[in-house]
Design a protein around this ligand. Structure first.
Ligand SMILES: Cc1cc2nc3c(=O)[nH]c(=O)nc-3n(C[C@H](O)[C@H](O)[C@H](O)COP(=O)(O)OP(=O)(O)OC[C@H]3O[C@@H](n4cnc5c(N)ncnc54)[C@H](O)[C@@H]3O)c2cc1C
Length: 354
């Protein structure tokens, strides 16, 4: 057995959850191997909008998001490097009847300092065409991170710990090796790796890794999101927007924006879904209605599909496999993996040490 193939902990999957966990465990003094079938953050995490906000209608989501929000604000302090948090603000737009309900839920948990307040359409950037009969909530402290930078810097910091993280990219885990109901390690396309503790953070690959032996596999489904990417003209400073009435979300990034529908995801089995031209056009139409002063279609870059895994309750999963010792599984909740990552990583560490 080669010593470089042996560690205290193997983490499968170098998305935002796996990278956050790799840092957390390395900082706690564990020898960690992170196995990634492509490159770090090459999956859905690298494509993500990276929006970090606290405004959520589920208590669970809001709590995880609050932890993530504080963590990303102080990323430099925690990690020693930057995650490029950009405070764009976040706007939620809905009809009055939805908003009363939403507001009641938010008031039951929202942390005072991040309070989301009601604002008037004229307080928004002039480019936004919001009918006056809609309710608008604004969380000025929200923003987005550079997810690729966050992953890269978690890895960099973990590689500088007392027991430096070992990262193996282009290494696909084919199966988890189990003996007498205990994990032994994993078999990969680049040979075997050994550890007494394995954590699966493989995003959409999680279900497949668990299918042959774990009842938890049934709890995961795959969902494809289609979204458009546009150039963000420098003259416009946009907040991140969820427009519940138009079913649209818009997340600004450095020079681009991601726009897509909230509820038109495609549930899939295994095969990659094809891009739908009618969905691309429907997003064009919705975004042109919201931002009529900007000629988005001429600034259109591309449409993309990302595949996310989600749990049946949509709350994500951080748990121990019930029948196998020292096998843990972690996902963020759907559409919220970025916000959830710091909370998920610290829960994994607490599970390991308890
Ligand atoms: C357009 C879009 C916008 C989004 N916006 C936001 C947002 O604003 N805020 C937010 O909080 N969330 C957002 N999300 C959701 C968020 O991006 C995801 O929930 C999160 O990135 C999932 O992270 P992950 O680490 O679980 O999975 P992934 O990023 O998919 O990472 C899993 C990794 O495991 C690897 N892998 C899989 N199988 C194997 C294997 N067998 N062996 C080795 N490696 C393997 C994959 O290559 C991948 O790199 C958005 C998603 C999309 C698509």
């Amino acid at each position: 057995m080669l010593s470089e193939n042996k560690a205290d902990i193997i983490i499968i999957g170098g998305g935002i959850i796996g990278c956050a966990a790799a840092f957390e465990f390395s900082r706690a003094g564990c020898q960690v191997i992170l196995l990634e079938k492509n490159q770090v953050a090459s999956g859905i995490s690298g494509d993500s909008g990276g929006l970090v906000r606290i405004f959520h209608t589920s208590n669970h989501a809001a709590k995880q998001a609050a932890i993530g929000f504080d963590y990303y604000q102080r990323f430099q302090q925690h990690v020693g490097y930057d995650c490029a948090f950009n405070q764009s603000g976040f706007v939620f737009i809905s009809s009055d009847d939805i908003s009363e309900n939403v507001l009641q839920q938010i008031n039951s948990y929202t942390i005072e300092e991040h309070f989301t307040k009601r604002i008037k359409p004229e307080q928004l950037p002039v480019e936004l065409n919001i009918p006056h009969d809609l309710s608008i909530f604004y969380q000025p402290s929200a923003g987005y991170i550079n997810t690729q930078l966050a992953c890269k810097n978690w890895i960099l910091a973990a590689q500088q710990c007392v027991k430096p993280l070992k990262l193996a990219e282009n290494t696909q885990v084919e199966r988890i090796v189990i003996k007498n109901n205990e994990v032994q390690g994993v078999k990969t396309t680049n040979g075997d790796y050994f550890a007494g503790h394995v954590i699966v953070t493989a995003g959409a690959g999680t279900k497949q890794l668990l299918t042959s032996f774990s009842p938890l596999a049934e709890k995961f489904s795959l969902r494809a999101f289609q979204y458009n990417i546009y150039h963000l003209p420098r003259r416009v400073v946009l907040p991140a927007i969820i427009h519940a009435e138009a079913d649209l979300y818009i997340i600004p990034q450095q020079e681009t924006i991601i726009a897509g529908f909230l509820s038109r995801d495609i549930h899939i089995q295994h095969e990659e879904p094809a891009l739908s031209l009618s969905l691309t056009n429907a997003i064009h139409h919705a975004i042109n209605k919201l931002l009529p002063e900007l000629n988005w279609i001429s600034e259109f870059i591309t449409s993309k599909i990302s595949i996310d895994c989600f749990t049946s309750d949509e709350l994500g999963m951080v748990c121990a496999e019930p029948n196998i010792k020292n096998l843990h599984i972690a996902t963020g909740w759907s559409g919220g993996g970025i916000k959830a990552a710091p909370a998920v990583a610290s829960k994994l560490l607490a599970m390991h040490t308890s």
